[in-house]
Write a protein that binds this ligand. Structure first.
Ligand SMILES: Nc1ncnc2c1ncn2[C@@H]1O[C@H](COP(=O)(O)OP(=O)(O)O)[C@@H](O)[C@H]1O
Ligand SMILES: [Mg+2]
Length: 270
């Protein structure tokens, strides 16, 4: 894979998803979490996926990241189908797409040192047969990039604050130099002042590395800062999507209007 990440307007979209459906059949009643979602994501795009809790956002991105298999539908990443592939066949996707989750307390192994957590994506089998970066040098570089002190690399996650733990999760996600970063409510659990800092960091990193961003949040105020395109989900469907500026200025769907009406202005941090 090349490191060329600049947006190419005429290039094929990096993600193409067609008619995605996910039905969970665990309980007494089947739950249709995602219902006929079709989307394209261009290289360099910053897509915000918004909608209230339970609207299917996490289910959708888990399918995009090949962590969950669609009940039906098709997903192509960098031109290749990903549905039904084995883990070995998905190595290129595992390197190219990384995730940051809401709660670093559960996504970071408390028994591992920070250096090992960040280097984890470099140790895995996904590098078989390809050039793997030197983990130690990469950890130092990444800790600096996310605003952590590399001399803390031998500490454990509980020795860091919530915001710092999310920085660790971001460093780990960047370790294999992914093309796409998917963040699922990545700042929702943080205090307001820390949230702004981590958002600024993510904005800087996405710009510096020319990343394609998929940023999931129930909070439209957060998405507004980061994304150029907005997709609004309700009950597993996309009810509205378009340029962020347009969606905010002139929301078409009643649900989007309702979501926007309930957006508080970002509180000032004094
Ligand atoms: N593993 C699962 N098993 C059964 N139902 C699930 C599972 N994950 C999510 N759901 C259901 O699917 C719907 C969408 O959930 P989710 O994708 O988590 O929404 P969101 O991320 O927007 O809050 C909800 O009704 C949720 O209860
Ligand atoms: Mg969710």
């Amino acid at each position: 894979m090349t490191t060329e990440n600049l947006p190419q307007p005429d290039a094929e979209p990096i993600y193409q998803a067609r008619n995605l459906v996910k039905i969970y059949r665990r309980g007494p009643q089947p739950v249709t979490a995602v219902s006929d979602v079709t989307l394209d994501i261009r290289s360099g795009q910053r897509l915000g996926i918004v909608g209230e809790s339970g609207s299917g956002k996490s289910t959708l991105i888990r399918m995009l990241a090949a962590l969950s298999r669609p009940t039906s539908g098709e997903i192509r990443f960098a031109g290749e189908s990903i549905v039904g592939r084995t883990e070995a066949e998905l190595a290129w996707l595992r390197r190219g797409v990384q995730l940051v989750f809401q709660d670093p307390r559960s996504s970071l192994d408390p028994r591992m040192r920070v250096a090992d957590i960040i280097a984890e994506p470099l140790r895995s089998k996904i590098w078989r047969g390809s050039q793997r970066p030197d983990p130690q040098a990469r950890v130092t570089e990444l800790m600096r990039q996310v605003g952590l002190d590399p001399t803390d690399a031998r500490r454990y996650p509980h020795q860091f604050s919530g915001g710092q733990r999310q920085r660790i999760a971001i460093a780990r996600a960047l370790a294999p130099s992914p093309k796409v970063l998917i963040a699922d409510e990545a700042v929702s659990a943080l205090d307001v002042s820390v949230r702004a800092q981590v958002l600024n960091l993510m904005t800087d990193l996405v710009t510096q590395h020319g990343l394609t961003l998929v940023f999931v949040s129930h909070d439209l105020a957060v998405v507004r800062h980061l994304c150029d395109t907005i997709m609004v989900m309700q009950h597993g469907r996309v009810v509205e999507s378009g340029a962020a500026a347009r969606v905010y200025a002139d929301p078409q769907h009643p649900y989007t209007q309702q979501l926007l009406a309930s957006v508080p202005r970002l509180p000032r941090t004094n």
